[in-house]
Design a binder for this molecule. Structure first.
Ligand code: SF4
Ligand code: SF4
Length: 77
């Protein structure tokens, strides 16, 4: 099963808790301001994400979601 990690830029207040908790050093704080005037977190190294969900659990603003995504059946076993 594949997963998709997403951060809602406009919910994020840039507290950095998710950056600190990530065991794979995937996240960083952006230098671009969001609609509320905060610098949001983003996945700087998405290829390293193991979808452990620690960042989602830690975020006080529920800005991070991890969803299962449909993958094409390949027929391979
Ligand atoms: S799901 Fe885990 S590995 Fe991926 S960004 Fe969040 S804390 Fe880091
Ligand atoms: S923990 Fe949530 S609010 Fe804080 S920087 Fe990460 S995504 Fe943004």
């Amino acid at each position: 099963m594949a997963y998709e990690h997403s951060i809602n830029n406009d919910r994020c207040k840039g507290c950095g808790l998710c950056v600190t908790v990530c065991p794979k050093n995937v996240l960083e704080i952006s230098n671009k301001v969001n609609a509320k005037g905060y610098f949001p977190a983003f996945q700087a190294r998405p290829e390293d994400c193991i979808f452990c969900a620690l960042c989602c659990t830690m975020c006080p603003d529920v800005a991070i979601t991890i969803c299962e995504i449909e993958t094409e059946a390949t027929g391979k076993t």
